[in-house]
Design a protein around this ligand. Structure first.
Ligand code: LRY
Length: 228
């Protein structure tokens, strides 16, 4: 049993690895993704982030580090754990931290982020990570009671232009705003140097997904440079 405080302390200064396979992909299978997550832990990940109830359950059994769970429903608008029911199910599946859409956009169930967070805190032991796309989102999420804020949606919501690598400018802005909640840099961190730069910019923890756990994308990076 990992307590809230232990989960937050375990993440401080650390690498979190996101292991996700997308609909229709060959690796989209809970046992496979739990194995990928466990491999990341062997390599030094202090926590893992996985998608879908089956992957959360399988990963909980496969690793002893905190599990950040989410449930993607769709691929546009508010789709990362969009409603309280999605979030509650992710918590019941065993996630220590539930990652939810942390933007200021209306949620499909009509609840505010604050109501969603409060109900999750009341009804489960899970922490809430708000996946944000801007400083205004992060501020709003911290006010709404989120336990962690992430830059996960930077460049995906129209509020900020997508950057080639991580949006370090947003990391710096959120750090400077001193919101009083841990800040997680996430999104397009593709190299160890970028992970270090995200820490340098003020992130308390860094999530790397694609560059560690998405073989078809990594393969394409190599294949592209060999073509002419
Ligand atoms: C925008 C969105 O849907 N992000 C998702 C959130 O869970 C994942 O698809 C990303 O892989 C994850 O955020 C890690 O980012 P990257 O794979 O760039 O290291």
């Amino acid at each position: 049993m990992i307590t809230r405080q232990q989960a937050l302390e375990a993440l401080q200064g650390q690498l979190i690895v996101s292991a996700q396979a997308y609909p229709g992909e060959p690796m989209r299978d809970p046992r496979t993704m739990a194995g990928v997550a466990a491999s990341a832990v062997r390599g030094g990940a202090a926590a893992v982030r996985v998608q879908g109830l089956g992957d959360v359950q399988a990963t909980r059994s496969a690793v002893e580090v905190p599990v950040i769970g989410l449930w993607k429903d769709g691929a546009e608008g508010v789709f990362i754990t969009p409603t309280f029911q999605h979030a509650y199910a992710v918590a019941l599946a065993g996630a220590h931290v539930v990652a939810v859409d942390g933007t200021r956009r209306p949620r499909p169930d009509g609840l505010s982020l604050e109501q969603t967070t409060a109900r999750l805190h009341e009804e489960t032991h899970a922490l809430v990570m708000a996946d944000c796309g801007s400083l205004a989102d992060a501020r709003h999420a911290a006010d709404a009671g989120a336990d962690l804020v992430g830059t996960t949606l930077a460049g995906y919501t129209g509020e900020r232009a997508p950057t080639d690598g991580p949006d370090l400018g947003l990391v710096q802005e959120i750090r400077r705003a001193e919101l009083g909640v841990p800040l997680v840099a996430e999104g397009r961190i593709h190299t160890p140097a970028q992970a270090a730069a995200a820490r340098q910019a003020g992130a308390d923890a860094v999530v790397v997904g694609t560059a560690i756990t998405h073989p078809s994308t990594i393969t394409s990076w190599f294949a592209e440079v060999l073509q002419d």
